[in-house]
Ligand binder design. Structure first.
Ligand SMILES: Cc1ncc(COP(=O)(O)O)c(C=O)c1O
Length: 371
């Protein structure tokens, strides 16, 4: 027997990283009815087919305009285009994020400039932004990483300094900062409805939210072939609309999102009580898309494998900083040591709105035994 090497915790069930099938099953009847309704009306594509969801999403974030688009990546590119960011401009992005944050900048012909993150919060660091800013800097794209919101005071300082701010809120649906909804201060904020997100569709989807009418009007045109009227096109646009089936699914799920978000917060609070400083910290209002701990970099793979061997779904977000991405090599300048250290040491633990506190205890018991 090798009892000494085996964690002694009694397990009731494996703990998946997230369980989309279980989430879907819990609201299947509502989803089926919504899909049937879209089919009955043939409301597949076009502004009218996504309007009802867009209105609900706007109300949830207390903004005037929501434009559903084809993906979170497209949302970022369309928002930048709508703010007239393009060739010759530089756009500052954090080194710790999903690659799409920088990819969107390249798609509009601008140059991504990668800045380091705060070593503790892993959010874009204002001093690092100041250090890479030049007279070509047109915009900043801070990321609400893991569902932790970038302080609005920082966004307002950038705006006061003459920069456009496009908030990458792909992981932060319904989050708040000091009581104000995510995206309500930036010039535009962009969401992803990728299936695994806090609000996820049955395929790709995204949205731009803004309270600036001119930005909304431009995104509305750009997402639909630069269309002025049915066959008159003002400018070269994209085919990037949120389709009717996705919008219907998202509208159903949005009704459940406040309760799901509260459960994420309850689970995160328990993780916090158990694992404390080992976790990447957050402020009140975070929505815990991911629950991320820091590990000893040399030991992370062992911990990851051991958790998985015990039936705990764990992952790494993100194992490669933007400064280390081959596709971004042409844009690289200085290394970003904090982001690179984070990429080597972060570990994401299970987080799912239908997860139980008992499962959190099981995961935390295991982590404590394994480290
Ligand atoms: C921080 C961040 N930005 C942008 C995106 C891009 O969203 P999408 O996959 O919908 O294009 C994602 C999603 O993966 C993301 O996590």
């Amino acid at each position: 027997m090798t009892a000494a090497a085996t964690p002694t915790t009694i397990t009731t069930t494996p703990v998946p990283f997230q369980d989309l099938t279980r989430l879907h099953d819990s609201i299947a009847a509502e989803i089926d009815a919504a899909i049937a309704d879209v089919i009955a009306r043939s409301a597949f594509v076009g502004a009218a087919s996504s309007a009802s969801f867009e209105d609900a999403f706007a109300a949830a974030h207390e903004v005037d305009h929501v434009l559903g688009v084809g993906s979170g990546t497209d949302a970022l590119a369309l928002a930048l285009r709508a703010l007239d960011v393009g060739p010759g401009d530089e756009v500052i992005v954090p080194a710790m994020t999903f690659v799409a944050t920088a990819e969107a900048v390249v798609h509009v012909g601008a140059t991504p400039v990668i800045a380091d993150v705060d070593p503790t919060t892993l959010l874009l660091d204002a001093e690092s932004v100041a250090a890479v800013r030049t007279d070509r800097t047109a915009a900043v794209v801070p990321v609400d990483l893991f569902g932790h919101v970038i302080p609005f005071s920082t966004i307002e300082a950038w705006q006061a300094d003459g920069l456009a701010v496009v908030e990458d809120a792909a992981q932060a649906h319904l989050a708040t900062w000091q009581g104000r909804p995510v995206g309500s201060v930036a010039d535009a904020a962009c969401f992803s409805f990728y299936p695994g997100k806090n609000l996820g569709g049955f395929g790709d989807g995204g949205a731009v939210i803004t309270s600036r009418f001119a930005v909304a009007e431009r995104v509305a045109k750009l997402r639909d072939h630069g269309r002025e009227s049915k066959y008159l096109h003002d400018e070269i646009g994209f085919c990037s609309r949120l389709d009717g089936l996705q919008a219907a699914v998202l509208e159903v799920k949005l009704r459940h999102l406040p309760a799901w978000t509260e459960q994420r917060r309850t689970l995160a609070d328990r993780y916090q009580e158990r694992l404390g400083d080992r976790l990447v910290p957050w402020e009140t209002g975070a929505v815990h898309h991911l629950l991320v701990m820091r590990t000893d970099a040399a030991d992370r793979d062992r911990l990851l494998d051991a958790l998985r061997a015990e039936g705990v779904g764990a992952g790494i977000h993100y194992p490669v900083a933007l400064t280390q991405q081959p596709s971004l090599k042409p844009f690289l300048t200085d290394p970003c040591p904090h982001a690179e250290a984070a990429a080597a040491s972060v570990l994401s633990l299970p987080m799912d709105p239908l997860m139980t506190l008992t499962q959190v205890e099981y995961v935390c018991d295991l982590v404590e035994e394994l480290i």
